[in-house]
Design a protein around this ligand. Structure first.
Ligand code: F6P
Length: 341
């Protein structure tokens, strides 16, 4: 069997660990061959391939990014996209494809599987917002990076009696903000699932200063004020029609300073959260996903995604994984709210 592998969407620590595990098990245990497709769905669309064997995957376990490259190319937005992918897979002699990606990449995988191609998905996103899996690899690393930053910001915030705002990633789901805020002892956590009241935020800031401590606010990039209360910036669209976010930290900096009189500064962590070496947890999860994906294609299944449920790696229908986003439930936010102010 000849198996194609691609990584799509925003990159994420642990992608190389998945690729390594897929190839190692696929070649050495199941006796298959692999070909790498470059830059996400752009690879199969344009026939961009690279050699992918055990040699190419040696030493990449701790390396961030992806040796295959990534992109947000959307097959469904390209004329005759499905046919072009089918033709190029055939030309490369590929019998099955392993697509490692988030909601968008796996959404395309779902449609290609429905169109008759053999596709197995591996869930990837630092956002942890994919349905049907308890965790995605990359999330733990992103949270740890954010917590390291928050720990550092606490000490400088105290020295200067400033309100410090940390903007983290998460356009639709506030998992990174929730976990890093909880672990970092944030005094306010704002997430997209819960539109915020700026007056309440300022109350928390003032309450924290009143106790002679400086507040740290963790805000997800997709957090929104309650309707009609504050104007936010919007940006350009990417290939999946997503607005390029960024700016909520700046809005909060301005508003908190103006409303409370306390000096406020924002730190936008941005792509730092996605770069560099994965944590041990993410390396293990990514490796287990890769091993399970190699088994799934070996058994000839299609239209499934490997997933973590409890401590087990299971297979779920791709459709299940992509039908809705996994957002932060009310009760999880309530746990964090105990520590606000
Ligand atoms: O989906 C992963 C992610 O890192 C999001 O948290 C973030 O909103 C987005 O990608 C940023 O994408 P880009 O790197 O294309 O700006």
């Amino acid at each position: 069997m000849r198996i194609g592998v691609l990584t799509g969407g925003g990159d994420c620590p642990g992608l190389n660990a998945v690729i390594r595990a897929v190839v190692r098990k696929g070649v050495e245990v199941h006796g298959h061959q692999f070909v790498g497709f470059r830059d996400g769905w752009k690879g199969p669309l344009e026939g961009l391939t690279m050699e992918l064997g055990v040699e190419q995957t040696r030493g990449i376990l701790p390396r961030g990014g992806t040796i295959l490259g990534s992109s947000r190319t959307n097959v469904m937005k390209v004329e005759n996209g499905v046919e072009r992918v089918r033709d190029n897979l055939q030309a490369a002699g590929v019998d099955a494809l392993i697509a490692i990606g988030g909601e968008d990449t796996l959404g395309v995988a779902t449609q290609l599987a429905a169109a008759g191609l053999t596709v197995v998905g591996v869930p990837k996103t630092i956002d942890n917002d994919l349905n049907a899996t308890d965790y995605t690899f990359g999330f733990d690393t992103a949270v740890q990076i954010a917590v390291d930053a928050i720990d550092r910001l606490h000490t400088t915030a105290e020295s200067h009696h400033r309100a410090l705002i940390v903007e983290v990633m998460g356009r639709h789901a506030g998992w990174i903000a929730l976990h890093s805020g909880l672990a970092g002892g944030a005094n306010v956590i704002l997430i997209p699932e819960r539109p915020f009241d700026i007056d309440k935020v300022c109350e928390y800031v003032e309450a924290r200063f009143a106790r002679q401590f400086a507040p740290i606010l963790v805000v997800a990039e997709g957090a929104q004020p309650k309707e009609g209360t504050l104007a936010l910036q919007t940006g350009d669209l990417d290939a999946f029609g997503h607005v390029r976010l960024g700016g909520i930290g700046q809005v909060l900096e301005r508003e908190i300073q103006a409303r409370t009189g306390y000096e406020s500064r924002q730190t936008v962590l941005g792509h730092v959260q996605r770069g560099g070496t994965p944590t041990a947890y993410d390396r293990v999860l990514a490796t287990r996903f890769g091993l399970a994906a190699a088994d799934a294609v070996h058994e000839g299944v299609s239209g499934v995604m490997v997933a973590l449920q409890g401590t087990d790696i299971v297979r779920v229908p791709l459709q299940e994984a992509t039908k809705e986003l996994k957002t932060v439930p009310v009760e999880r936010y309530a746990e964090a709210e105990v520590f606000f102010g």
